[in-house]
Design a protein around this ligand. Sequence first.
Ligand SMILES: *Cc1c(COP(=O)(O)O)cnc(C)c1O
Length: 489
Amino acid sequence: MKVAPTPKRAVKFFSGEDIPLELHKVRVVQKLNLVPVERRLAAIQEAGFNTFQLGTKDVYLDMLTDSGTNAMSDNQTAAMLQADDAYAGSQSFYRLQSAVEEVFGKKYLLPAHQGRACENILSQTFVKPDSVVPMNYHFTTTLAHIDRNGGKIVEILTDDALQVKSVNPFKGNIDINKLKALIAKHGTAKIPFIRMEASTNLIGGQPFSIANMREVRKIADEHKIMLILDASLIGENAYFVKQREDEFKDSSISVILREMCDLADIVYFSARKVSSSRGGGICTNRKEYFDQMKNLVVLYEGFLTYGGISVREIESMAVGLRETTDENVISQSPSFIEYLVRKLEEYGIPVVTPAGGLGCHVDAMNFLPHVEQKDYPAGALAAAFFIASGARGMERGTVSSVRDANGNDVMADAELLRLAFPRRVFTLSQTQYVADRLNWLYQNRGLIGGIHFVEEPPVLRFFNGRLAANSDWPQKLAAKFRQDFGDSL
Ligand SMILES: *Cc1c(COP(=O)(O)O)cnc(C)c1O
């Protein structure tokens, strides 16, 4: 088994300490509130033990998601002022088109208001009833759109991809034998495309290797199946390829990005993640695919030169896409995540390894072995962590799944507390604070109990559902915090 190597830092410390250094300065700041533990306890109760329901006035570090919450660069905000407002033929769109061609190497661009809108158009165009779509792993919205068009997804990850502790540097790889078997079983006619997701979001931001993507491409060619790349988290995947795949250790991020995109027939992305704070797009070099999809863009998104995105956002997308090729820009979030994962491992806290992109994933099942899965350990940990720190993460476990036809809970593959790192938003001391409060919580984990639903929407219950504690454990946890920390926040 290959081991994920320790990342190479751009700047080494004389002391020998391995510290990720920020290679940007902060010029616009936003004040944060760190409210006392008593208010944090009240806030999480008001929020029904669901971090989606917290208001940011009570949140110190917002680690819910990286979607639409990344820091903007000076060049992005400057470009926004030059936006060309026009329904049709906006120069802002042409600037985005040339950035897409330069970075992703694709000539034809269809703009869409966000990533799931691209998935709607792709699924309506290519997915038919009974279609089977193989992929490394699904994303929630991808699954929903393919399902809505009558298709089903099949996940063909390597066997150890779902193991929490691993040294596999490329947990996002497709298992080539499973892909061959799947094609043999269903036949090519049923498979409209193979989908590869860069930095596989739901399994912890885990990358695939270019060697693996090349093998997938080879099979796709043999069987004349299209290969679609979800590039929403492509910058991080490129960064990990450079860090972990020997062939690319001296390549620039732009060369790696092009290598990945060149292997795909169609590339789509959520610009909320990859380059800006809103927007998305589908791009290809095949005119026939562009023609097949363009009328749906006009129907659902808007005219072909804005696609439901404001021209200001289009300008910031263009600049942000080019900035994704800058290693100093793209390395910040994965290197902070890796730093946090390393700290948590030092404290003996169970966490997904190797460190991925997007966020740090704490393993709630092993953090709280005394809380049964039916009592939602990841949801309980998210609430407890908010009480302890004022930082909010996201439950990625059974609360985020759906009940079966008989109304029984379907236990998730893993119970994770995800702590997202929006790009270039947090500082190192804030990261150290997160590690410190998690360490305190781990020392006091015996105090944490389970939670249960009191209001449960039938669809996507994790967004709007309300839960309550199974006992007075939250009060006891807050009291212990006050006892240990005195009058400190
Ligand atoms: C966020 C995301 C999407 C959906 O994008 P939205 O802009 O939120 O609609 C699709 N795929 C991946 C991998 C994502 O991370």
